[in-house]
Design a protein around this ligand. Structure first.
Ligand SMILES: [Zn+2]
Length: 257
């Protein structure tokens, strides 16, 4: 089971400037499937750049309808369905991504929803796909339908917070995570609505106590100020190995099973 980051930037300005890439991440060889999570701008290009095959995706998970998370979803669906010629793959997304919510979305057209299996996921919903179970986790974010993911295979839990600010019940949502991937946009004391700061992620990691914590979706200020010094502090304070993802980073998850 392999985790690979096709991008680690988050937020409008890190995305527009491409200070880091914005392709989301892949989990390959999980229960015989390959999963692409949050394909932001460039996801298709980065897939090829890092030697992966977009046609080999079986599941596409899209947490919400902000461009840094959903932008390349349609073109990856075209890859997954062999150019929309075959019924294939499973797309799981938030209400806003699949159906639209007020002014936002849908992020995937009806045409692109016609070939894969499509599931709208809300926090608390559980969907089974073969040997993999996906559970929606709650968020507090600008897109109110944004949903995080608990990806369970054979009792092994990979959790992804998606975009959310810290709230007291967040740890409960991610209880039992073996690997916890968090969207962390900045460091410092000043709060930013709808997003986690490094100090929030530290609190979450401390409460959840996963085997491995990874922060991604880094904003411009965090990228420029050396995210590694933050993860060193989080590791020291929580006792949990915490890393800041870098573009292209590959992790073999078998060691954490
Ligand atoms: Zn967002």
């Amino acid at each position: 089971m392999k985790l690979q980051f096709l991008g680690t930037a988050g937020g409008r300005f890190a995305t527009i400037t491409q200070k880091r890439m914005t392709g989301g991440f892949r989990i390959d060889d999980i229960g015989g499937k390959n999963i692409h999570v949050d394909p932001g701008p460039g996801a298709l290009v980065r897939t090829h750049q890092f030697g992966l095959n977009p046609r080999k995706i079986n599941m596409l998970l899209v947490s919400h309808c902000h461009t840094d998370h959903y932008n390349d979803a349609e073109v990856l669906i075209e890859a997954m369905t062999q150019g929309m010629t075959k019924k294939a793959g499973h797309v799981i997304g938030s209400e806003s991504v699949i159906n639209g919510n007020g002014e936002i979305g849908p992020g995937i057209s009806k045409y692109h929803q016609s070939k894969p299996t499509v599931t709208t996921l809300h926090p608390g919903d559980v969907v089974n796909d073969d040997k993999i179970t996906i559970k929606g986790t709650d968020t507090h974010h600008g897109d109110p339908t944004c949903v995080g993911f608990n990806i369970n295979y054979n009792g092994f839990n990979i959790n992804y917070t998606a975009d959310t600010e810290y709230f007291p019940e967040l740890a409960k949502e991610h209880e039992g995570a073996d690997v916890l991937i968090g969207c962390v946009i900045k460091e410092g004391e000043r709060k930013i609505k709808g997003h986690m700061r490094t100090m929030d992620f530290e609190e979450l990691v401390n409460e959840v106590q996963p085997k491995l914590a990874i922060m991604t979706h880094l904003g411009v200020n965090l990228i420029m100020n050396n995210p590694f010094q933050n993860t060193r502090i989080i590791t020291k304070n929580t006792g949990v190995r915490t890393v800041a993802a870098t573009d292209g980073l590959i992790m073999d998850l078998k060691q954490f099973m």
